[in-house]
Design a protein around this ligand. Structure first.
Ligand code: NDP
Length: 333
């Protein structure tokens, strides 16, 4: 299902008190968009630091603690990093929520994996722009559409879809082609799958390609520029987005087209499909990853360890050498 401006009643959100929990990347953009869409009662919840200062500079008068913002809000926009949401929810949000409020999340993660203890009478919706905050603001101002996922996750009032669409339209997300109906499970599942299956596989390919070519005596400069430092892959992905991942091949030489197609067509993908299915089912959809990652102490220790391992990788060392040698070229690009 796709929802357009015509499906939304913007007056619903205009008549509510909207509390922002977090004034960062998404928080700032969405708060400014809502205000420009005629939402008068906006409260910004943040500790008194640079983010709060920014909110005041942007003309928001009601900049208070998260707890105070939550206590007043009919609609709670939960816009702090995903990995902090559970702790902040338990310590600063849960006990202050008014009756019959709506929680709005911009990513599916915490709802999909049941990390938040949601009150019985609360509605839960997702309005998830597929765009960084600066883009959400810039496109709103320029009246340009941008992609966004929406969903109703819990409908206690019977009005959750209306509230969801009202907010989506007030941040400019139902313009043009409209907002796409999805779900927290789908949004979080695909996001985590990209992070744990697709991109690591691409990085392993680059790492091993470098190792093989390096062992064969090719120079680091030639290998890395051919693989990605020339930014050719960026152009390929740009065309993949507009024309198709396979159809963009028509811009390559015939030799390249034959090499790519004949190799790909021979590969039935069975091995990688099994691996991907395992990651999706056993690690992601089972909630195993989310449970591990929401242990903040464990997470804080594990991430630096992974960085340490990768710093020693030959491809990373080669990049440092080549970046130094080709500094002017890389900068000028
Ligand atoms: P940011 O990192 O920009 O969030 C910063 C805000 O969160 C600040 O107000 C900061 O305040 C607050 N914050 C950070 N840590 C804590 C904490 N422990 N306790 C209380 N407040 C905290 O987040 P984003 O805007 O990037 O992400 C917000 C949500 O939007 C997430 O769910 C994300 O997945 C989603 N999203 C993000 C997109 C993006 O491009 N960034 C795109 C689409 C969705 P302070 O540090 O002062 O406490």
């Amino acid at each position: 299902n796709i929802y357009h401006d015509k499906d939304a009643d913007i007056s619903l959100v205009q008549n509510k008190t909207v509390s922002f929990i977090g004034y960062g990347n998404q928080g700032r953009a969405q708060a400014l968009n809502l205000r420009d869409s005629g939402v008068k009662n906006i409260i910004i919840g943040n500790q008194q630091d640079d983010y709060a200062e920014q909110a005041r500079k942007d003309g928001f008068e009601n900049v208070v603690t998260i707890t105070e913002a939550v206590a007043q809000g009919d609609i709670l926009m939960l816009l702090i990093p995903d990995e902090d949401q559970q702790t902040v929810w338990n310590e600063q949000i849960r006990s202050c929520i008014k009756p019959n409020t709506t929680l709005v999340v911009a990513s599916g993660y915490n709802v999909a994996f049941n990390l938040l203890d949601i009150p019985e009478d609360m509605d839960v919706v997702m309005v998830a722009p597929r765009m960084i905050g600066a883009g959400v603001r810039d496109r709103y101002v320029k009246k340009i559409p941008y992609p966004c996922f929406v969903s109703v996750e819990k409908d206690s009032s019977g009005q959750a879809l209306k509230t969801c669409l009202s907010i989506a339209s007030a941040i400019g997300a139902t313009r043009g082609n409209g907002a796409v109906e999805s779900s927290c499970r789908e949004e979080a599942g695909i996001d985590l799958f990209a992070e744990q299956a697709i991109w690591p596989e691409i990085m392993v390919i680059m790492r091993e390609a470098y190792n093989v070519l390096h062992e064969a005596g090719f120079s680091d400069e030639a290998i890395l520029f051919d693989m990605y430092m020339s930014k050719e892959p960026a152009e390929i992905f740009e065309r993949a987005a507009t024309e198709g991942i396979v159809k963009q091949l028509k811009y390559h030489s015939r030799t390249s087209q034959y090499g790519q197609l004949s190799t790909m067509n021979k590969n039935d993908g069975k091995q990688i499909r099994e691996k991907f299915q395992n990651i999706l089912q056993k690690n992601i959809l089972s909630g195993n990853f989310a449970q591990k990652w929401s242990n903040q102490k464990w997470a804080a220790e594990e991430l630096p360890k992974e960085w340490k391992v990768v710093e020693e990788a030959p491809i990373v060392q080669a990049e440092l050498r080549v970046q130094k040698l080709m500094k002017d070229f890389i900068k000028s690009e």
